[in-house]
Design a protein around this ligand. Structure first.
Ligand code: GLP
Length: 242
């Protein structure tokens, strides 16, 4: 397995930013999927800083969201669309046609899931996925129990996140909040993956992901079988790794 353990957070953020940039430079038409969350904020900021100082050609790069919250306005600050837009897409000046996101609202999410996959396929499939790791081992919004064969779908998010989003958006209890997400099959079919985890709070789940059984109880454990996945960890997240 390809594991990188960084000395500190800055090295973690810088290495991941440089890997994203390396992909953009190596493949001018790269299709790159991005997660949101605490783990990725600084790496995206550094990508933007380097680009501002040393611009390079991004005109044909596609950036897309690994997942999205459903039934909230896109402009809500916790929507993945708004996070990616403000954290990286605007800084890099990525055109609207080169930034793909699942819709937050639809009367036919099943159709939207298939459409999203088709669009990614049409662009040549996923070259690089930047994934965070949920505290329970989830990838995107694929919670424990999700079949490894799952394709893009709308799942439920964990209760704590759902409660927070409900409160922040004032969404009434009768309206369902969901997690539009690439499925585990789409994830494992990506050519290259960076699984990024930082902080001591992730140390236990990182250990299970890397050395526990490959089981749907820990969705991220499927990455043990991926031929080109780099597990990027800071010292805290790597606490139980030899
Ligand atoms: C959410 C997102 C995932 C993300 C994960 C980790 O569940 N849907 O895409 O990878 O959180 O978030 P954090 O980096 O804040 O720990």
């Amino acid at each position: 397995m390809n594991i990188t353990i960084t000395k500190n957070e800055l090295e973690f953020d810088t290495i991941s930013a440089l890997r994203i940039i390396a992909e953009m430079l190596a493949r001018p038409r790269a299709v790159i999927g991005l997660s949101t969350g605490q783990t990725t904020i600084n790496m995206y900021r550094i990508v933007g800083e380097i680009y501002r100082q040393h611009p390079f050609n991004l005109s044909e790069i596609t950036l897309f969201g690994v997942d999205e919250v459903t039934n909230v306005p896109r402009e809500y600050s916790g929507a993945c669309y708004t996070m990616l837009k403000t954290q990286i897409v605007e800084t890099l000046g990525i055109k609207e046609t080169q930034f793909l996101m699942p819709p937050t609202v639809s009367d036919n999410f099943e159709k939207e899931c298939r459409r999203y996959e088709t669009e990614l396929q049409t662009r040549g499939g996923i070259d690089l996925l930047v994934l965070g790791l949920g505290m329970n081992g989830h990838l995107g919004f694929n919670q424990p129990g999700t079949p490894f064969e799952s394709t893009t779908w709308v799942s439920r998010m964990d209760e704590a996140l759902e409660a927070r989003i409900r409160k922040e958006t004032g969404t009434p209890p009768e309206k369902e909040l969901g997690g539009f997400t690439l499925g585990l099959k789409n994830i494992t079919h990506s050519r290259k993956i960076i699984l990024a985890a930082k902080g001591i709070q992730k140390a236990e789940i990182v250990q299970k992901m890397l050395y526990g059984p490959v089981t749907t109880a820990v969705p991220a454990s499927i990455l043990q079988l991926h031929p080109n996945c780099n597990f990027l960890l800071d010292a805290g997240a790597a606490k139980y790794i030899e």
